[in-house]
Design a binder for this molecule. Structure first.
Ligand SMILES: [Zn+2]
Length: 201
């Protein structure tokens, strides 16, 4: 707490001294965990990026609206959780376009970013969508453990400036890990931005 006060008193940190990092959450919206995550992000004044599943957006539209209202960036994951590179071009584009239409219907904005499930994407699809593919730099495999400290440590051991961190708002441990990661990285002087802010730099 004392350290925070000293920082505030010493005035604004210069732009070039701010280290940026982006938190991303796949597979939502999740009826059990996304809203808890949103509350914690708000408390910590953190903006993140959510790659959503169209089928889940249809089930939980209010959560999607909340993500958007809170100022987070929304991108497409797919409609169902499928490996797009195993589909025909047409079927893959349907997964993407259908999800974008649902997001547009709920938020009034088209998605500009896509993270394909498993990071699998076909190069030829780049010609058929203007969406920018976003992968990740740090993957703690959060879905493989229910220990939030383990997840947080895997991220903290690896994370560097301008990294994109992959998490899922699909379990309590992942959400708690996100809060631990934020608190530790804030302590190290990092600031959290959307992937758009990282990419536009
Ligand atoms: Zn996924």
């Amino acid at each position: 707490m004392a350290e925070e006060n000293t920082k505030a008193a010493s005035g604004k940190i210069k732009e070039e001294e701010v280290k940026k990092v982006a938190l991303t959450f796949d597979d939502g919206p999740n009826p059990d965990h996304t809203e808890t995550l949103l509350e914690g992000l708000k408390e910590r004044n953190v903006k993140a990026t959510f790659f959503l599943l169209g089928a889940e957006c249809e089930k939980y539209p209010e959560i999607v609206k909340k993500i958007h209202a809170d100022g987070h960036l929304i991108g497409v994951h797919s409609y169902e959780h499928v490996n797009l590179s195993n589909l025909t071009d047409q079927a893959a584009m349907e997964q993407v376009d259908k999800t974008d239409q649902i997001i547009f219907g709920l938020t009034g904005e088209h998605a500009q970013y896509i993270r394909p499930p498993y990071g699998c994407w076909k190069c030829n699809l780049d010609y058929e969508t203007k969406m920018i593919e976003v992968l990740w730099d740090v993957d703690p495999l959060d879905w493989k453990t229910d220990n939030s400290s383990v997840i947080a440590k895997r991220v903290m051991d690896k994370v560097q400036e301008n990294d994109i961190i992959l998490l899922h708002d699909a379990s309590e441990s992942s959400v708690n890990a996100a809060f631990q990661i934020i608190d530790e990285l804030h302590g190290e002087g990092y600031s959290f931005v959307t992937v758009e802010e990282l990419i536009l730099e």
